[in-house]
Design a binder for this molecule. Structure first.
Ligand code: ZN
Ligand code: ZN
Length: 378
């Protein structure tokens, strides 16, 4: 290894260093997560007009408790960051935590001044990003470590930073994406609402309403998704989702903004026209978020008994498979019944050998250039 390569390895997060207890890895991970969480919440409080999500207003209701929590988080992040940088040759994790903590402290730390009305006219959901990242990583990272399909694949695998940028952008733009998802239906399809159904479906018990909603939404999603695969102009947008060569919970975030808005916008049309209740839609959005993440996860569970009825990781991994027989298969997100009806179901009883784009497709490898890619002349 040359001196330059050695230096590079020192700050890179893609590491072959040990991850066991005592190696500084666990303290480094905890320090980074707590540091990002602490800084995110401090920023949200300092600039609520820019960074707080309306739906999370209740999160700030007990401000004195929140301040105490921030205090503990920042101190823990700093101490863990110091431990990690002492124990570990690769300083990136520990330094991430320390730097985030110091910036948070400069902004006022746990005593930060609240700079406006929380959840009002804010365009960016920084608090939504922070909470989502904490919740998802707390659930999925241990799951993928304990039941990995590919145990050799590290948490910080190749291009994890690209997918984290997608996770960040999709979360921080949550209000904007929701606006563009819902408005077309409100404006164009108000007259198409079937009054009888709106009155009937919307008043059914959730236990009946939610499964119907999932099946209807998945039918719409199935055809939009399939259209994205068939029309070359649209494929340029969707190819970005398929460019991920490693599958894990974060890989599912890799979605072009146009792909996300068009897919969600079209899927929302039947949901709106059929008049499902607000609570049913809320449950649906929650389930989509969980299932769409889970089906990308690096877990080896096969769910053989239910795999014909409920979309599983194996089912969606085959949608991303780089083998010829996997092309244009398994379009559904919730239930494979639509793939089985329309002849695109593929479950050979094993896992794909590789993922990603087939052929000489070479996509740029950062968020911004991938956003521009579909608009460039090929
Ligand atoms: Zn696809
Ligand atoms: Zn996918």
């Amino acid at each position: 290894m040359t001196e330059k390569q050695k230096k590079k390895a020192h700050v890179s997060l893609e590491t072959t260093e040990p991850m066991s207890f005592g190696s500084g890895f666990i303290s480094g991970i905890l320090s980074s997560i707590l540091g990002i969480f602490g800084l995110g919440i401090v920023l949200s409080l300092r600039f609520p007009n820019y960074f707080t999500t309306e739906e999370l207003t209740d999160f700030y209701s007990s401000i004195s408790i929140l301040r105490a929590v921030i205090h503990v988080i920042l101190i823990s992040s700093f101490i863990l960051g110091c431990i990690s940088t002492i124990l570990r040759a690769n300083k990136a994790l520990g330094l991430t935590g320390i730097v985030c903590t110091l910036i948070a402290a400069l902004l006022g730390g746990s005593q930060v001044e609240i700079g406006g009305e929380i959840g009002e006219r804010s365009a960016f959901g920084l608090d939504y990003f922070v909470l989502s990242l904490i919740l998802y990583s707390a659930v999925f990272i241990p799951l993928e470590r304990l039941w990995a399909l590919r145990p050799e694949q590290a948490v910080f695998r190749r291009e994890w930073n690209v997918d984290l940028t997608y996770f960040f952008m999709n979360s921080i733009l949550v209000e904007v994406l929701t606006f563009f998802t819902l408005q077309p239906s409100f404006i164009l399809f108000d007259g198409a609402r079937i009054i009888y159904l709106v009155e009937t479906l919307g008043s059914l018990p959730l236990i009946i309403q939610v499964p119907i909603l999932l099946i209807v939404a998945d039918l719409a999603q199935y055809w939009i998704h399939r259209t994205f695969h068939v029309i070359p102009f649209l494929w340029n947008f969707h190819a970005i989702h398929h460019s991920a060569e490693m599958m894990d919970w974060l890989a599912g975030s890799r979605l072009h903004l146009v792909d996300a808005v068009v897919t969600r916008g079209f899927t929302y049309i039947p949901i709106y026209c059929l008049g499902f209740s607000e609570t049913a839609i809320f449950v649906y959005v929650f389930l989509v978020a969980i299932q769409a993440t889970f089906i990308h996860a690096n877990v080896r569970w096969e769910f053989k008994i239910i795999q014909n009825w409920i979309a599983t990781p194996a089912f969606h991994h085959w949608h991303h498979g780089a083998e010829p027989e996997a092309i244009d298969k398994n379009f559904s997100v919730h239930t494979p019944i639509w793939d089985r009806i329309f002849g695109t179901y593929y479950m050979p009883g094993r896992w794909p050998k590789a993922y990603g784009l087939v052929g000489d497709h070479k996509l740029p490898n950062n968020w911004l250039t991938q956003m521009i890619y579909p608009f460039k002349k090929k």
